[in-house]
Design a protein around this ligand. Sequence first.
Ligand code: SF4
Length: 485
Amino acid sequence: MAGIIAKNREDRPYALTDGGGCSSNLSNKFKKRCLKNADRTFAQATQCQETNSIAALLSMEDAAFVVHAPNGCVGCVSFMNDNFKVGQFHRKIEKIRNARYIVTNVDEKDVVLGGEKKVKEAVLELENRYKPNIIFIFTSCASGIIGDDVDSVANIVQKEVNAIVVPIHCEGFKSRVPATGFDTVFKAIEKYIIKGEKPKKEKGLINVFATTSIGYKDQLEMENLLAVLGLHVNYIPFYSSVEKLKRIPAAEYSVAVCQVFADEFMEHLKEYYDIPYSKTGMPIGIRSTDEWFLSVARLVGKEDIALKYIEKEHERVLPQIAKIRDHIGGKRVFICAGTGRGIAAATLIEDFGMKLVGIQTPTYEEALIENFEQLEEIHGGDFIIDIANMQPFEQSNLVNKLKPELFIGMSTWVSKLGVPSTHILESKRPTFGYNGLLYLGRKIENAVENPSFNIKLAKHKKLPYKNSWYSENAFKYFKEVGNEE
Ligand code: SF4
């Protein structure tokens, strides 16, 4: 099974993780292969791949987890656990429970003497407490730096427990792109669970690979769309189980929630298990929902059915969208989100007649260039692209200069600049398909028409940057000359 997801995302051919400038300028240079990774001499508040690896698996029904890390590395898990519990409520699970995990709390003593003993003890404790079918062991920067041999521990302890013990090598320092953490998970799923086995094909079964941020309403929206095409869903990896993961190769088709998630894994499934797949942007907004649905319909040879369905749905929602457009059309928007959701948000605002002025994206690569060209067709080629994993100092500088009338995304920082903000990362409400479009439209309209919270916040709370920073070039800390605003 050689070759499955052997690389970090930044090691893919011509994938950039740092850079920025005017969209048309970047895409021209990219196509001529003369756009280089800028590399920052200063960086702030980046996200790590370990978080994504944990998030991908935390909701598995029959799993328990060891996080071999200092306690700080699981800071985000309380937030994931909250989503997990809300997800159980939405799925009508009666006995709502917490995720089952133990953190080894790697400390100074472990750094000197090694922490492998703690990992073994944690696995045995989880087996004893919960009798799970599978126990995942997540590594961290600290466990990687001290060289703990988690694979050997897993092999040794496997003889003492019934659960399958699976190491996940997700040390944060190993990749600049947090989405690598998802790839690491899929690699382990193949190696320890699927193991090259080829069960009998199940007619009409489609794997739907979804990121952690997808709520139950959005899961149902995708399942309803796919049911129109006569398909039933194996939804992976959220709220799944060992049994559901083993069922992956039984599917006739695969689709992912966006063009980024599980892309290499779906290619692997095509190569080794003969499962064709469709890869498009996230089904948010009219254009992206149509494309997502149609691309699956083409895969299964039912384009005519999809087109009829789309026509009916457009008749239903477009008059309501037109009303929203009357209120917020022409407003200028800055977007900061993960690559797939960010691009989807930039197509979504087209429905409301809004104009993109800037977008932050964690990567800019071959697989996305068509998407960015499509955004240029929609919004013109003059919007700013900031290729960045967070970097709030750059974001604040750009937003302050561009003065958008709405910010979509994580607004922790820019809300203190007084810019009206909202987000479309809703794991508790609908954002996908034609129904999600209406919800998001009303939400965006509400944010634009009610900016007083952000205006008041800006009066009372300042960001930590000096005023002089806002007149500097936002890309001042790039090593590579030639990236310009
Ligand atoms: S694994 Fe590394 S980068 Fe990730 S939270 Fe822990 S220390 Fe930070």
